[in-house]
Design a protein around this ligand. Structure first.
Ligand code: FES
Length: 319
C-alpha cells in the first residue's frame, strides 16, 4: 500500500491520557477524502503500525486528526505516540479505510461511545448533524476529565443530542444502556465503539430489540470470548504453490507464513483491521476476529490470518 508522508502540526491534550494529533499533508496533492468511521494505519516508529480513527474535519483535505489513548500495558503504539512523537515530526500513514461505515438514511441513530471509542463516533455525530438527521450520542467515561472532545461535544449544535455519562458503575452503565437501547428507541440503528466489556453489554442489549443489520460496532481488539477458545493444530495448503504447512496449537497462520518467508499483508495482528483477510478456497475457518461481519463469517469464503484458525484438519488459502 502506498504510504503518505505527513507532519505532526499540532498535539493537543484532549482528556486525561488522551492526545489528539493533527497530521498535515504538505505539497501539491491533497489528502484522500474519507467517510465517518474511517481509520488510517499510522507507522508509529520501531516498525509498529497502529490503526486510529479519523476524528477531525473531513472537509479539511490538508489535515487528518487522530486521537490516541495511552494504554497500560502498551503494546508499543500508544507509548510511542505519547512519549516519542512530538510536534514537527514526520510520520508515514496509510490511506483511509472504512470498516465501520455510517448509514445516514435511517430516521434515527443511536451512537454509543466509551473512553477513546469516541473517535469514530464523533465523526459520525458530525456527519449526522451536518445532514440534519436525527441522532443521540451517549458518551460514557470514568469521569469528566477522561472524556475527550468534551468542549466540541458541548457546543450548541449538540445540546439536544449528546449526553455525557460520567462515573457510572458497571451496574449503572448496564441499566442506562438498557434504557437507551431497549426502552427509549427500541428500533433505531445503533453504532458503538469502546472497551470490550462495554461492547459486550451494549451489543447484547442492542440485539434484544433490533436485527443484527442495525447493530454496528468497532472493537479495539478481537472479542476475548472468541480468542480465549481452545486451539488445535491444523494444516494450511497454499493454492498457488501447493505447499502444505503445519500450524501448531500455539501459533497463528500469520506466524507460520512469516517463518516460512511467505509474504502476507498484516497490520494490527488483533483481528480488527482487516489487512490480513484472505480468500478461503477449501475448508471451514474458525473465525476469531472482530473484523468480518456475521454474514461474511457464515459464508466462510474469507478469513483473518492473524487470529482465525481452521475448524477441521486442513484449510486451503488463495495464497
Ligand atoms: Fe489486522 Fe489481521 S492484521 S485483522
Amino acid at each position: 500500500m502506498t504510504l503518505i508522508n505527513v507532519r505532526v502540526s499540532k498535539i493537543t491534550d484532549e482528556a486525561d491520557g488522551i492526545r489528539s494529533f493533527l497530521l498535515e499533508k504538505r505539497g501539491f496533492f491533497k489528502l484522500p477524502s474519507y467517510e465517518p468511521g474511517a481509520h488510517i494505519d499510522v507507522h508509529c516508529g520501531e516498525g509498529i503500525i497502529r490503526q486510529y480513527s479519523l476524528c477531525g474535519d473531513p472537509h479539511d483535505r490538508r489535515h487528518y486528526k487522530i486521537a490516541v489513548k495511552q494504554v497500560e500495558p502498551s503494546r508499543g503504539g500508544s507509548d510511542l505516540m505519547h512519549l516519542a512523537v512530538t510536534q514537527g515530526d514526520n510520520l508515514e500513514i496509510g490511506a483511509p479505510r472504512n470498516n465501520f461505515p455510517l448509514d445516514i438514511t435511517h430516521n434515527h441513530t443511536i451512537l454509543l461511545a466509551a473512553g477513546i471509542g469516541i473517535t469514530p463516533i464523533i465523526a459520525m455525530a458530525d456527519r449526522l448533524n451536518e445532514v440534519g438527521q436525527s441522532f443521540e450520542l451517549h458518551y460514557y467515561s470514568r469521569g469528566s476529565s477522561f472524556a475527550a472532545f468534551r468542549e466540541r461535544l458541548s457546543e450548541g449544535r449538540y445540546s439536544k443530542s449528546v449526553t455525557f455519562h460520567d462515573n457510572l458503575s458497571v451496574v449503572q452503565t448496564k441499566q442506562n444502556l438498557r434504557e437507551v437501547l431497549t426502552q427509549n428507541r427500541p428500533q433505531a440503528q445503533v453504532y458503538m465503539c469502546g472497551p470490550g466489556l462495554f461492547m459486550d453489554a451494549a451489543e447484547s442489549l442492542a440485539l434484544e430489540t433490533r436485527p443484527i443489520e442495525d447493530v454496528h460496532l468497532e472493537r479495539f481488539a478481537a472479542n476475548p470470548a472468541l480468542s480465549g477458545e481452545p486451539t488445535f493444530p491444523f494444516k494450511i495448503e497454499l493454492s498457488q504453490s501447493g505447499v502444505m504447512l503445519d500450524v501448531g496449537a500455539d501459533e497463528t497462520i500469520l506466524e507460520v507464513l512469516e517463518r516460512n518467508n511467505i509474504n502476507a499483508a498484516f497490520s494490527c495482528e488483533q483481528g480488527v483491521c482487516g489487512t490480513c483477510v484472505t480468500e478461503v478456497l477449501e475448508g471451514e475457518p474458525d473465525h476469531r476476529d472482530s473484523f468480518l461481519s456475521d454474514r461474511q463469517k457464515a459464508s466462510n469464503s474469507r478469513m483473518c490470518l492473524c487470529v482465525s484458525r481452521a475448524q477441521g484438519e486442513k484449510i486451503t488459502l488463495a495464497i
